[in-house]
Design a protein around this ligand. Structure first.
Ligand code: 3PG
Length: 398
């Protein structure tokens, strides 16, 4: 269901679930990509004369207010981007929210405080989530689900709320699903997947699903060291998930059996400590000293990955190749972004960190076919999992 299905919106109170979970350094937004991604829906609703209440989470507070997770810093930036003042309610469903929403005129926008300051948002039981969703629903006449980054979460504002009000998918959710399905549904070949990031546990499902579908899977970032260890290399102080070595070994065998090319780093940049000014050294994958840790893929690996990306017709990339936040260890991530940007095929950057890396390293976003706002959500979509926040919009609830 799309916004069109909601009918005339002038004067209607519309609750918009956005994902304004942006990275903050204190109260400074270090990447506003998710705020900008929310604009098409918000602008459309403003132009239609709706009274817009934006709801979102930020970080992972534990069901009670915590100043460092306040959405307040986001409000000013949203106002700048929208070109109009945005009101802020200091609670989510309490008196401040009720008064703020009641004071909205046609075409005006308010942001309500962090959903996760309320235990009901992420509660384990259906009843508790539904009770909180009812409080949210009392603030709106219609619901637009546009927080793509959370559609994989069965949470009150993502799932239950959609059962209580006339509900529709927003512009961002539609664009994300459309773009990611181009990767999942019969991608043009060669189909190349580049995976990185720190935690291998987060990526096992996607590797599992892609072993039968991708032509090549390139593995960099912190997760690569578990593969190196499975191959018998010492990894020094690098990130390692011992509990996943057997699974990884099984994946390597399955890749071979399925004719999927699994490409691992051939060299790595190491440092004696995790800091921006730690001295960097390039070593072969079998030469990581016991007292050093891997911080980035090495130049030979960057070249190899570049070659594997160059002739791809479809590329999906999730996860940085190294600690890109430190300039000395950003080269691998930069090289992959450059190759993806130059590729003529359909290129998708998935995930919070890789998207932030692309923008923070100064790449023009238009070089890529699609930059997803979803980390876990885009991975689960690629894995073929059911996403509660999407399926609830597809079912005919009311
Ligand atoms: C994200 O950052 O991937 C989304 O905002 C979802 O956040 P969560 O993993 O805390 O649910």
């Amino acid at each position: 269901k799309t916004i069109d299905s909601l009918g005339e919106l002038r004067g209607k109170r519309v609750l918009v679930r956005a994902d304004l979970n942006v990275p903050l350094d204190g109260t400074t937004i270090t990447d506003d990509g998710r705020i900008r991604a929310a604009l098409p829906t918000l602008t459309r609703l403003v132009e239609a004369g709706a009274r817009v209440a934006v709801i979102s989470h930020l970080g992972r507070p534990k069901g009670a207010p915590e100043e460092k997770y306040s959405l307040r810093p986001v409000v000013g930036r949203l106002g700048e981007l929208l070109g109009q003042e945005v009101a802020f309610a200091t609670d989510t469903v309490g008196s401040s929210a009720q008064e703020t929403v009641a004071a909205l005129g046609d075409g005006q926008v308010a942001v309500l405080e962090n959903l996760r300051f309320n235990a009901g948002e992420t509660a384990k039981t259906d009843e508790e989530r539904l009770a909180f969703a009812r409080e949210l629903a009392a603030l709106g006449d219609a619901f637009v689900s546009d927080g793509f980054g959370v559609v994989h979460r069965k949470q009150a504002s993502v799932y239950e709320l959609a059962t209580l009000l006339p509900a529709a998918a927003g512009e961002l959710v539609l664009r994300e699903v459309d773009s990611l399905r181009k990767v999942t549904d019969e991608p043009e070949r060669p189909f190349v997947v580049v995976l990185g990031g720190a935690k291998i546990a987060d990526k096992l499902g996607v590797i599992d699903a892609l072993l039968g579908r991708a032509d090549r899977i390139l593995i960099g970032g912190g997760m690569a060291y578990t593969f190196q260890k499975a191959l018998g290399h010492e990894v020094g102080l690098s990130l390692l998930d011992e509990s996943k070595i057997d699974v990884v070994r099984e994946y390597m065998e399955r890749a071979k059996a399925n004719g999927v090319e699994l490409v691992l780093p051939v060299d790595t940049v190491v440092a004696p400590e995790f800091s921006a000014d730690a001295p960097a050294t390039v070593v072969g994958v079998d030469g990581i000293p016991a007292d050093q840790e891997g911080m980035d893929i090495g130049p030979e690996t960057a070249k190899l990955f570049g070659e594997k990306i160059a002739d791809a017709a479809t590329v999906f990339w999730n996860g940085p190749m190294g600690v890109f936040e430190f300039p000395a260890f950003a080269e691998g991530t930069k090289a992959v972004a450059e190759k993806l940007g130059a590729a003529s095929g359909y290129t998708v950057v998935g995930g919070g960190d890789s998207a932030a890396a692309v923008r923070n390293l100064g790449f023009d976003e238009t070089l890529f076919s699609h930059i997803s706002t979803g980390g876990g959500a885009s991975l689960e979509l690629i894995e073929g999992k059911d996403l509660p926040g999407i399926s609830i919009l597809e079912e005919d609830q009311k």
